[in-house]
Design a protein around this ligand. Structure first.
Ligand code: SAM
Length: 215
């Protein structure tokens, strides 16, 4: 019979490790891409909350598989990922990935050095306090910041027809608020909870496709 510690090993984390990903979150982006084909034809991607780098791995792996050359990725996080660590990650082509240690709530288009991105992905998460309504409100603030950077602030860094993915914690109307903020800017807005999300977690992803350029 398996020992208690063996039974407690998270199967998603084990699978992510087997596939060479640096965090279990990789499998969430894999599932988002399988469902919505988000990474198809994407040549440039902004990855908000990129540390420790698992989504960069997935973007490079899946975009390289489609076109031979992987998408250019810019990752932003409060935590630093040094070049050596990034270059050592499986699937990552360090010549086509860079990271900035920056608070995304303060980032401006001009900080990012690229005119527009084909996709903006936000897996950013606040340090939760364990109080559902407080955590949901803090997460809404971060999610709205991702939407602002993508489609509002300075005209937004997301290209026309581009796609946006934003993680948020459900609770106290946060999901409805975010959808309201987002809908005018996109052709389609969906919600998706990857199986790789822990069953007890309140996190969910907004998937907004086809940026409309508003007059
Ligand atoms: C769940 S982790 C992201 C995992 C990442 N997608 C991966 O697969 O490796 C959430 C990240 O959001 C970052 N974060 C939280 N608030 C942020 C902010 N204001 N600006 C930038 N990054 C932030 C955290 O530092 C943390 O690394």
């Amino acid at each position: 019979m398996a020992s208690n510690s063996k039974r407690l090993i998270d199967p998603i984390a084990r699978e992510a490790k087997r596939l060479g990903y640096v965090a279990r979150s990789a499998l969430k982006l894999v599932q988002l891409d399988e469902k919505f084909r988000l990474l198809r034809n994407k040549r440039s991607v902004l990855d908000l909350g990129c540390a420790p780098g698992a989504w960069i791995q997935v973007v490079h792996e899946r975009t390289r598989r489609q076109g031979g050359t992987c998408a250019r990725v810019l990752g932003i996080d409060l935590k630093e990922i040094d070049r050596g660590t990034l270059a050592g990650l499986r699937h990552v082509d360090a010549a086509r990935a860079s990271t900035m240690t920056l608070d995304a709530t303060e980032a401006r288009a001009s900080d990012l050095g690229v005119e527009t991105f084909d996709a903006v992905l936000s897996d950013m998460m606040v340090n939760t306090r364990g109080l559902a309504s407080v955590d949901a409100a803090a997460s809404l603030e971060l999610a709205e910041c991702a939407v602002d950077l993508a489609v509002v602030r300075d005209g937004g860094v997301l290209a026309a027809r581009g796609d946006l993915v934003v993680k948020i914690l459900e609770g106290s109307g946060s999901v409805e608020e975010l959808a309201k903020h987002c809908k005018p800017h996109f052709d389609k807005v969906n919600w998706f909870k990857p199986n790789a999300t822990r069953s007890e977690s309140r996190e969910i992803y907004l998937v907004a496709r086809g940026r409309k350029l508003l007059e």
